[in-house]
Write a protein that binds this ligand. Sequence first.
Ligand SMILES: NC(=O)C1=CN([C@@H]2O[C@H](COP(=O)(O)OP(=O)(O)OC[C@H]3O[C@@H](n4cnc5c(N)ncnc54)[C@H](O)[C@@H]3O)[C@@H](O)[C@H]2O)C=CC1
Ligand SMILES: O=C(CO)COP(=O)(O)O
Length: 343
Amino acid sequence: MSGKVAVFVAGSWGTALSEVLAQNGRSVSLWTRNAHQAEEINIKHSNHKYLPDIPLHPGIRATCSMEEAMEGAEACLIVAPSAAMRQVTRAMKPYFTDKMIIVHATKGFETETLKRMSEVIAEELECGEGRIAVLSGPSHAEEVVRQCPTTVVVASASMETGEKAQDLFMNETFFRVYTNQDVIGVELAGALKNIIALGAGLSDGIGFGDNAKAALITRGLAEIARLGVEMGANALTFAGLAGVGDLVVTCTSQHSRNWRAGSLIGQGHAVEEVLSRMGMVVEGIRTTKAAYLLARQHDVQMPITEQLHRVLFNGKEPKQAVENLMGRVRKNEIEEVAKSSWT
Ligand SMILES: NC(=O)C1=CN([C@@H]2O[C@H](COP(=O)(O)OP(=O)(O)OC[C@H]3O[C@@H](n4cnc5c(N)ncnc54)[C@H](O)[C@@H]3O)[C@@H](O)[C@H]2O)C=CC1
Ligand SMILES: O=C(CO)COP(=O)(O)O
């Protein structure tokens, strides 16, 4: 595959992945709803708001026309925030042809329906799951555009689609792509780790140390995997790039918006103030709401998610939430792991 890829939308991650595709020799048409941003990308070869001081590949062509973006494309890459996924894919439908595959790299749920992103895409584009792949893993846009070595996973129900997606993005210098057939696991792991990253930020913002963060990462992994397995994921996916890999990077990286938002909340700032200050999507907030409901629906214990839900939506003091986590009844780590079929 060496043809054209249409990319939706021109936020940090959509722009960074456009850069990977352009570096790999693909023709990239990057759709944005913002005409000023399209002009900046086409004329100055930059996207200052999302990736300051990064010169973009001159071959990336931005447009506000979906028809122009998708005409003749072999693949569409969708990187809209989860809240905009249905709206964006519905608008793409008139130009979607049998020749195209879809790759998405969004980490979240549709909060109103609790659906995964590939479910929303399949519904709106009226296509089978086999035409869709999800790209996920430890990959901050800010490092990918600097060509720092990065490894991700693409999952699709169809091996052919997965391998096409792998072929589009993989290169031998800085972007290594593994395939995986566990779409549910890769989507859930990528979305749910943002909750734990908010919690890790919160802990750092309060001033707790590395012990607390390691505990959050480890016990966080146990609870997100528990929900994932209950929803049909392969437990091993949570031990891979989309699971522990992304969990570690998001809980520890200075680039993580979820960690940064959690840290500000831990320092005492109100959630609304933090969100307006960030200016970029913080998926973990909506995902906490979705996971809280999914945990109830599937009768799965998610103590960290539950406490974070209280902090974010019921005004609970972060320190009180930590006290409640520490004061839970005694447990046996291994027995619990075995029960959740995590091994
Ligand atoms: N930034 C990163 O390093 C990574 C982000 N992701 C995921 O990628 C997704 C997108 O995140 P970012 O690119 O970082 O967000 P961002 O905040 O950098 O950009 C979001 C973009 O979406 C546009 N947008 C919002 N609502 C829209 C709508 N209704 N119609 C059209 N455009 C709309 C905004 O104008 C903005 O350009 C999220 O699910 C995130 O979790 C995944 C891996 C890495
Ligand atoms: O998913 C990501 C890195 O893999 C990005 O995380 P943040 O949205 O927290 O920046």
